[in-house]
Design a protein. Sequence first.
Length: 103
Amino acid sequence: MSRSAVYGYDQRCEIFGTEGMVNVLNIPEHASIISNRTGVHHARLQHSFPQRFQQAFGLEMDAFADTLLEGLVWPVTAEQCIMVQQCADAARLSCETNTIEML
């Protein structure tokens, strides 16, 4: 991940598992591609964090408002939040100590 790459906001992720793979790609500024004898030319990546995640943040706010106003059940449990925090804490500790941390 790089928020300051010279070619745009580069944030990619691939997660492999026993049942398949999730691949999150970068979003270009536009979908145009020019192909000619000098190569294939794509648009730069979207420029910024707000530009990349504006729609996602809006959808999260809508879900939060729907939960409050319509009495819906929040889709993330407290246990899931705790597990994510434990993963983040283990990753930070691994980085600081240069060891493998087990959960």
